[in-house]
Ligand binder design. Structure first.
Ligand SMILES: [Zn+2]
Length: 326
């Protein structure tokens, strides 16, 4: 059997990046490859080191929040383990979708057809569009707010506009001092490509302030191995604010005209030369400043692509993109 050829690159070519600080990592995983921990009272979180989900173990049933496929069957094991230890039912009765993306919900169908699924109106529309049997569309949907009450527990779901995705919601546990809000802040780590693969850049940039407007101590961010704190959100905000300031300066400093003159009739050559230079000037000081502060800041393409996305949003969403021709 020959191994598939994926081209010139291979895992062996992965550069030696800076070591990840212990503070960016979470608790050790068990033999099955997961960790389940109490957030507060009967609210628990589960991680495989890269993804996170949560559940409430109530007297009337378990309410699951997201079902990442990488955790998959370990969600069932985590629920069983906690239910047995606390003498409560392990029956999953409800599933809340944070948003429609498969990487946070692709194990939803493991919990059977009888459970109540809840999500934003847009989550339902997008899951029906994507027609994936792994992620049945929610039957209970809402536009702005929904209060979920199960087994004497209360969870406040809210939508405050598009950000990472059109349907990404804030999941507040007022009686557990916790906010779950997925794919915006990676606690202790930089966002991955393009503002953490976000659709709406102004919405992505504004979302952490909305998250901080809620009262909470514990933050379930959906990614990596530990819970987040309010300080983690503040460091993320500083990183994004620094990129915004750097992009503004680069846009004000780099003169596009020489690039377009050099490009001649190839207008796209001028565009590429100019925008690549603005991106490089935006990203370079941020990469230098945050290497050693946020894990993986030395994977330069993450900050470069996020810088590009924010710089484009400054031009296209906020404007002006160019002086008006006289
Ligand atoms: Zn997502």
């Amino acid at each position: 059997m020959t191994s598939p050829d994926f081209g010139a690159g291979s895992a062996a070519d992965l550069p030696d990046y800076a070591p990840i600080p212990r503070s960016a990592l979470g608790p050790a995983l068990n033999e099955q490859g997961y960790y389940v921990g109490r957030v507060e009272r009967n609210l628990y979180w589960v991680t495989d080191g890269t993804y996170q989900a949560a559940f409430l173990a109530t007297r009337d049933g378990v309410v699951l929040f997201d079902a990442p496929p990488t955790i998959g069957g370990n969600l069932r094991r985590a629920v069983d383990e906690i239910a047995a230890a606390n003498g409560v039912t392990n029956q999953v009765t409800h599933l809340v979708y944070s948003h429609h993306h498969d990487d946070h919900s692709g194990a939803a169908s493991l919990f059977g057809g009888d459970i109540v699924r809840i999500g934003h109106d847009e989550t339902r529309r997008l899951l029906l569009r994507d027609n994936s049997p792994a992620r049945p569309a929610p039957e209970i949907t809402f536009a702005d707010r929904y209060t979920l009450q199960v087994g004497g527990e209360r969870v406040e779901l809210a939508w405050h506009g598009p950000n990472h995705s059109p349907d990404n919601i804030y999941i507040h546990f007022p009686d557990h001092d916790t906010l779950m809000f997925i794919d915006i802040v990676n606690a202790g780590w930089v966002p991955i490509y393009n503002t953490n693969l976000s659709d709406d850049v102004p919405g992505y940039m504004a979302a952490p302030a909305i998250a901080l407007s809620y009262p909470w101590t514990h933050f379930i961010s959906g990614h990596l191995g530990r819970l987040a704190t309010r300080d983690d959100v503040a460091v993320h905000q500083a990183y994004i604010a620094d990129i915004e300031a750097s992009a503004k300066e680069a846009l004000a400093t780099v003169n596009p005209v020489p690039y377009f003159i050099k490009g001649g009739e190839n207008a796209w050559a001028g565009v590429s030369g100019y925008l690549d230079e603005v991106t490089e000037r935006t990203a370079a000081p941020i990469i230098a400043k945050y290497t050693g502060v946020l894990a993986a800041a030395d994977i330069e393409i993450f900050t470069r692509t996020t810088s590009f996305a924010i710089m484009q949003s400054l031009r296209l969403d906020r404007g002006p993109s160019a002086p008006v021709h006289p």
